[in-house]
Design a binder for this molecule. Structure first.
Ligand SMILES: [Zn+2]
Length: 85
């Protein structure tokens, strides 16, 4: 059964809100499946594999888009994002 909640994901550098994301598991956020992004302030949901999105405000590199279990996901750089419920 899918349980989870929508969280706010912010840039760890400048605190700009980057995404709202439906997170279905506890624990650290290390990847964001693109199909679970509910609000995309960065513009990643239509980007190709290997794209490296940046914070629209401070230009910090957020991570890299890659395939996780066959689905496109943003694998986030450590310490780059904050998440809030
Ligand atoms: Zn930023």
């Amino acid at each position: 059964m899918a349980q989870g909640k929508v969280i706010r994901v912010k840039c760890g550098n400048c605190q700009t809100e980057l995404f709202r994301y439906f997170k279905d598991q506890r624990g650290a956020l290390i990847k964001l499946y693109l199909h679970e992004v509910r609000q995309d302030n960065v513009g990643i949901t239509d980007k190709p594999i290997d794209f490296r999105p940046k914070c629209p405000s401070c230009n910090s590199e957020l991570g890299i888009i890659t395939l996780v279990h066959g689905k496109p996901a943003l694998k986030v750089n450590r310490g780059v994002i904050n998440m809030r419920t």
